[in-house]
Unconditional design. Structure first.
Length: 176
């Protein structure tokens, strides 16, 4: 359920709970059905994160403020999902030096190609790491965020190695 500030899910912020390291931002609540896979993947790895709705076009001031203050609030990676014009990841990246990972949402008209091209086509100097359209992109954005965090967190590095090993074993154990 979304509260009045547009937050769909937020890691509890009491003294015993860690501050979010990753933000999962979507352009509209309708993107949740796809981007929730990023949140679920982060949760599987016990990565504290928050998920909320911000729009590059409908809430430009709030988007700018969010990105500008993200590092000071302890965030280390931002995942941004949007469809159509899909400017959200680029707008957030323009206001922070944190890694921004863009997930294009599938659209009815062009099946997400418009979103992909809007997300990936950034001017030199403002990078957005762009993932696949839809669910695969959401999962991979979370895994890439975890890999970034794992550079400084041995526990996440071990979990990521175990995950990769489990994936390989699943494929190798398949029979026809």
């Amino acid at each position: 359920m979304m509260n009045s500030s547009g937050v769909l899910h937020k890691t509890p912020m009491n003294s015993s709970e860690p501050k979010p390291l990753v933000a999962v931002i979507m352009g509209s609540k309708s993107d949740w059905e796809t981007i929730r896979h990023a949140s679920e993947t982060l949760a599987r790895f016990s990565v504290p994160h928050e998920s909320r709705v911000l729009s590059a076009h409908r809430t430009p001031q709030a988007s700018t403020e969010f990105a500008s203050s993200a590092k000071e609030r302890g965030l280390q990676v931002i995942i941004a999902a949007a469809g159509g014009a899909a400017h959200l990841a680029g707008v957030l990246a323009a206001h922070t030096i944190l890694p921004v990972l863009g997930v294009p949402m599938e659209s009815a008209m062009l099946r997400g190609m418009d979103s992909l091209l809007s997300t990936v086509q950034m001017p030199a100097g403002i990078p957005v790491g762009t993932l696949a359209i839809g669910k695969a992109g959401a999962i991979n954005a979370a895994l890439l965020a975890i890999a970034i965090l794992a550079l400084q967190r041995p526990d996440l590095h071990e979990k990521l190695e175990a995950f990769r090993k489990e994936q390989a074993e699943t494929i190798l154990n398949q029979t026809l």
